[in-house]
Design a protein around this ligand. Structure first.
Ligand code: SAH
Ligand code: SF4
Ligand code: F3S
Length: 455
């Protein structure tokens, strides 16, 4: 019997969180909560939070403040906070926001239906936030419409052509600015057979592109003493590439220190592996990299960039950069600017440093003035925009294999899709379906996208 209960999920943060939200949505659907995009209709609200920067955390509190009155209007409403802020704050969060019923950390998402049940019986559950060093991701089981009165598509089992698959989670690196090791716990990898089973199921349901996810996918399969628990990441890539139906493979994120020659080689040999690499550098200054505990030098980083470009000349590189790390001098900042010109990234995400709870850098001296951080960020983003535009213009006149995503948001009635190198292309063409690949001749390179016509 369909009781017509509704679940609303809002996601902040990274793709790991997006995938976790999808899993929570599927579990709630199995418990007969169908998804809604209207928060006012919800019987259960899940806010999957991110704590990576101060701003990200503030967004969560402002949303929680706004939904307080929904709970006043409908006392049976169950409000859950999941993700990295939940993990970081635990009981403090419930103390500060008494309308929150459930606090659930990333290692505990699988308990959500149980906690929702408890909360529905007016039995406020304890925050589920202990981080266990021995945590493992539960074995794969396909989302089951059989256990629910909802239809297959309502439980999110109906595939999109493009899916995320978590292969590992947690982080052992302890970069001094970063909260993730404290919110996601230690690295843990899923067995290859679970990953391949999940991807095979997705492919059977029509998935054409998979992105393998982890905070640090390059150390997939390793345990903390450095020994190998499963196959190394390059072997996993090869295994995944044998799954019929999957046409494009991507992965994120990588740590430069763990980028092995074997992985670089995959860009030359694994045909389905897309020529795009997100390789966060964080700073162009060796002095700052040391203080960040990044464990590589710019010279080593550039060697790897060179090797990637040799293996796959059309590879598009993107990165993450932090400006205004404690003690960053003008000279250090200039080294980062120099790096942009040396690498010529296709794109870069750049952020002002912010202190995070538990992260070591919170205690570092020589914190940089907010205004200086803002100025540096602006200078950096302007330069990167110039470079991104030049990079996109380099595609003009070429023919690219584009996977259609849907109707373009530009309002011109065009299609929108992505190149193998992950760049958005808006193009005119006949009726297409999402996931369909077409050859597109690129007519114009813009800052964030390309324009083209079907070749
Ligand atoms: N696991 C990934 C990145 C995860 S966080 C990696 O190792 O690269 C995404 C990005 O947020 C980071 O690459 C970094 O650039 C930025 N970031 C993390 N902590 C930050 C902080 N305290 N202040 C500003 N930016 C931060
Ligand atoms: Fe954070 Fe560093 Fe781990 Fe990335 S590698 S999640 S930046 S600690
Ligand atoms: Fe944010 Fe946690 Fe991801 S802090 S970036 S949601 S791992």
């Amino acid at each position: 019997m369909n009781t017509n209960k509704k679940a609303y999920i809002e996601t902040f943060g990274c793709q790991m969180n997006e995938r976790d939200s999808e899993i929570m949505g599927q579990m709630l659907a199995t418990a007969d909560y169908s998804p809604t995009r209207d928060i006012k209709q919800a019987d259960v609200i899940v806010i999957n939070t991110c704590s990576i920067r101060e701003k990200a955390e503030q967004k969560v509190y402002s949303l929680l403040g706004r939904i307080r009155k929904l709970k006043e209007e409908k006392p049976s409403l169950i409000i859950s906070v999941a993700g990295c802020v939940a993990q970081q704050e635990g009981e403090r969060l419930q103390a500060r926001m008494e309308h929150v019923d459930i606090v659930i950390g990333p290692q505990h998402i699988y308990k959500l239906p149980e906690l929702v049940d408890k909360a529905a019986q007016r039995n406020k559950p304890q925050p589920a936030v202990d981080l266990s060093p021995g945590f493992t991701i539960p074995p794969y089981s396909p989302p089951s419409p059989a256990k629910s009165s909802l239809k297959r598509e309502e439980i999110g089992a109906k595939p999109a052509y493009k899916k995320f698959v978590t292969i590992m989670q947690g982080c052992n690196n302890f970069c001094t600015y970063c909260v993730v090791p404290y919110t996601r716990g230690r690295e843990t990898s899923r067995p290859p057979k679970d990953i391949v089973a999940e991807i095979s199921d997705l492919a059977q349901q029509g998935a054409k592109e998979v992105t393998l996810l982890g905070q640090n996918v390059n150390s997939y399969g390793l345990v903390s003493d450095g020994s190998l628990q499963y196959i190394p990441f390059p072997e996993l890539l090869k295994k995944v590439s044998t799954v019929d139906g999957v046409e494009r493979i991507r992965f994120t994120t990588s740590h430069p220190k763990d980028l092995s020659p074997e992985l670089i080689e995959c860009f030359a040999t694994v045909e389905k592996l897309c020529p795009h690499f997100h390789l966060p550098v964080q700073s162009g200054s060796n002095r700052i990299l040391r203080k960040m505990n990044r464990k590589y030098t710019i010279e080593q980083y550039l060697e790897r960039v060179e090797a990637l470009r040799q293996a796959r000349p059309d590879i598009a590189l993107t990165t993450d950069i932090i400006v205004g790390f404690p003690g960053e001098s003008d000279e250090d900042f200039q080294a980062t600017m120099q790096l942009l010109d040396t690498v010529r990234y296709h794109g870069a995400f750049s952020f002002k440093y912010s202190d995070r709870p538990q992260a070591k850098a919170i205690a570092f001296d020589n914190k940089i003035d907010e205004q200086v951080k803002s100025e540096r960020l602006k200078i950096l983003q302007e330069r990167q925009n110039d470079i991104s535009l030049q990079r996109n213009r380099e595609y003009e006149g070429s023919v690219q294999l584009v996977m259609t995503e849907g109707v373009s948001k530009n309002g011109d009635g065009q299609w929108s899709g992505r190149t193998m190198s992950n760049i958005i292309v808006n193009f005119d063409g006949p009726a297409l379906f999402p996931g369909q690949e077409v050859q597109v001749r690129i007519t114009e390179g813009l800052l964030h996208s390309l324009r083209g016509v079907i070749a």
